[in-house]
Design a protein around this ligand. Structure first.
Ligand code: 5AD
Ligand code: SF4
Length: 493
């Protein structure tokens, strides 16, 4: 279970840390060990605060998926507790990039931004820079950083993120040399470390880590390791603590949530976990991500259909509509079985929104394969689809395939798929125009100050005139207009 750091308990947590004897032996228990190091780092940060005449600032930048966003909340919880001031700007005393490597453009962005950080560091020589996340699990990346980015202070990976306090301490006590700590894998899940949430009213929760599927294009199994599920009682206890702390919506996170629980001592299915979560009083909405079509059970569809709390949204990555390509991708389903599954879900849960991921340009993909993908988009009528250009990831089987598709061809195919995705999702999203629905208000609209933004159960965003006190509340809105992939609405009552 995680320990939530918020404005109400910050002092209590700090007092707890202060009591830890940092001159005693390092505790053997992993959680206690990390609290011990938090206490040590707190002293270093206190000294730095004295020297600077202010609290040092720290900026955590997240690249990639919801898993990384959740990891960043964990890093932030620790940083807050040891005395850093969490800031948005990268021109500060400590910057951490939590990286993604699922596609090469994510890596390139990190290198580009590191160039900028180097300039900041020149004007503030005692600035510290740390890198973590999926990209750090790639040996070629570490080689490049060691060679050309010597100004980075600390590098760690996905498997030892729970050791962050210990690594921070090593950074403070080092003579300025680059510290690198990368583990190849781990079977450890360390509970009870502090977390600071981005949103007070909603939260992600890891239910499992890693992936065993080895889709041939994907680097995730190499950088996130083998599948490990958290125990249901730890998950339930964490959600209860979140609800007690004001959370009404949760997102259960895993690379393939449908295989949750299979490797536990006492196996449990994902659908059974959902039923337990549903019982938690005060929790209003349940989301989850991501589902692999090959493991999506009838039991899960039933549980969703009968649930009052599970949101009417399912993310079901298709990747390709061509059975031939799916086979080479090692996806273990066919075009036909995917279509059947989608139809079954739509029939049993008619108000569900289906979203998907599509890759264009996988090795050997032809125009005919792309037409198959387009056919599935038309047949399933996805409310939303994330379309990606295939990216060659070193070490994956697909990267070694000799029939890579020329860039111009991929671009042309990508445009075709995108056009179809947009056409379909525009028509699907607009179906609720004129109706009154419940939304959870999330934030002030980024573009128009007079509007608030909320989310429907089916994940569609609604912008409506409102005030900030509505954030975190459920309100009824009439959906007046659908100008694109979202609604403009008005509050009712
Ligand atoms: N190239 C392009 N897209 C990829 N994805 C995963 N690996 C690659 C790759 N090598 C996409 C898949 C996955 C999503 C998270 O990222 O569509 O579902
Ligand atoms: Fe990658 Fe496939 Fe695992 Fe998803 S299921 S993380 S695409 S290997």
């Amino acid at each position: 279970m995680a320990v939530y750091v918020n404005k109400d308990n910050a002092e209590e947590m700090a007092a707890f840390i202060e009591k830890i004897d940092i001159h005693g032996p390092v505790p053997a228990d992993e959680t206690k060990r990390q609290y011990y190091y938090m206490a040590k780092v707190r002293k270093h940060v206190e000294a730095l605060t004295e020297e600077l005449g202010r609290k040092p600032g720290c900026c955590v930048v997240t690249f990639g998926c919801q898993m990384n966003a959740r990891d960043s909340e964990k890093l932030t919880g620790i940083l807050q507790l040891v005395g850093y001031d969490i800031v948005e700007t990268e021109q500060t005393d400590f910057v951490i990039y939590n990286t993604c490597t699922v596609r090469d453009n994510a890596n390139q962005r990190v290198y580009g931004r590191l160039g900028e950080l180097k300039r900041y560091k020149r004007s503030n020589p005692q600035m510290k820079i740390a890198l973590c996340g999926c990209m750090m699990q790639e040996p070629t990346v570490i080689e490049k950083l060691q060679k050309s980015y010597r100004f980075v202070n600390l590098i760690f990976g996905t498997h030892n993120i729970f050791r962050f306090p210990e690594l921070l301490n090593a950074m403070f006590e080092s003579n300025g040399d680059m510290i690198i700590d990368i583990w190849r894998d781990t079977d450890q899940i360390v509970e009870d470390l502090p977390v600071e949430r981005k949103y007070p009213f909603k939260s992600g929760i890891n239910i499992m880590f890693g992936c065993n599927n080895f889709c041939t294009y994907c680097i995730v199994p190499y950088v996130r390791g083998r599948e490990r599920s958290r125990k249901p009682e730890d998950i339930i206890a964490e959600i209860k603590a979140l609800v007690a702390d004001g959370v009404v919506e949760i997102m259960l996170l895993g690379q393939n949530v449908n295989s949750y629980g299979k490797n536990l001592e006492q196996p449990i299915t994902f659908a059974q976990l959902l039923q337990q979560v549903e019982q938690i009083e005060g929790l209003e909405r349940i989301r989850f991500m991501t589902s692999h079509p090959k493991d999506l059970s009838d039991e899960l569809i039933e549980v969703m259909a009968n649930s009052q709390k599970i949101c009417r949204h399912l993310h079901l990555p298709l990747q390709s509509g061509s059975t031939r390509i799916l086979k080479v991708m090692n996806r273990v389903y066919t075009k036909e079985s995917y279509l059947e599954l989608a139809a079954k879900i739509r029939e049993r849960i008619p108000d569900i929104a289906l979203s998907t991921d599509i890759i264009v340009g996988f090795p050997g993909e032809t125009y005919e394969d792309v037409l198959e993908t387009i056919d599935v988009i038309e047949k399933v009528q996805f409310e939303n689809a994330f379309t990606f250009i295939y990216s060659q990831r070193t070490g994956t089987p697909a990267a070694a395939m000799t029939n890579q598709v020329p860039e111009a061809e991929v671009k042309a195919h990508f445009d075709l798929v995108l056009q179809k995705v947009q056409e379909v999702s525009r028509s699907r999203i607009g179906l609720y125009e004129g109706q009154t629905v419940e939304i959870l208000v999330e934030e002030k609209n980024g573009q128009d100050e007079s509007l608030m933004t909320g989310r429907m159960s089916n994940n569609t965003l609604v912008h409506f005139p409102g005030t900030e006190d509505l954030i975190g509340k459920f309100v009824q809105v009439r959906l007046t207009k659908c100008p694109g992939f979202y609604y403009i609405g008005e509050q009712i009552g």
